[in-house]
Design a protein around this ligand. Structure first.
Ligand SMILES: [Zn+2]
Length: 124
């Protein structure tokens, strides 16, 4: 039911963990299957220097979290904000229709973390 790539990211998630002195934090959840995701980012000169995630959830949620960190790392914030939930799912070779809601977490979490970073900058 999951693509080989989804299973691969689920078994070997990239960038898992927490950045202790993060510049931005995004927390999102999805009531349908109880997935929770926390994304921490490190930003330098408007570039996403580092991203880490913690995801408590189903295989699709873990795999999309892992994929979104790979897609966003090293990108400018504006570029990272353009990564859509759909693009993440497509990069993984698609997700079963019943699991599409899980893939919505990843890009939402990233956007929440960037928003948090920007509001912190604005407050300075
Ligand atoms: Zn899920």
């Amino acid at each position: 039911m999951y693509s080989e790539l989804v299973m691969e990211h689920f078994r070997n998630p990239r960038n898992m963990g927490v950045i202790e002195d993060a510049d931005g934090v995004g927390e999102v959840g999805n009531p349908q299957c109880g997935d929770m995701m926390r994304l921490t980012i490190k930003v330098k000169d408007d570039i996403l220097e580092d991203i880490k995630f913690q995801t408590l959830g189903c295989g699709a949620a873990v795999a999309t979290s892992s994929m979104v960190t790979e897609m966003a790392k090293g990108k400018r914030l504006d570029e990272a904000l353009e990564i859509s939930n759909r693009a993440v799912a497509e990069a993984l070779g698609g997700l079963p229709p019943a699991k599409m809601h899980c893939s919505n977490l990843a890009a939402d979490g990233l956007q929440a973390a960037i928003k948090d970073y920007r509001s912190r900058q604005a407050a300075k």
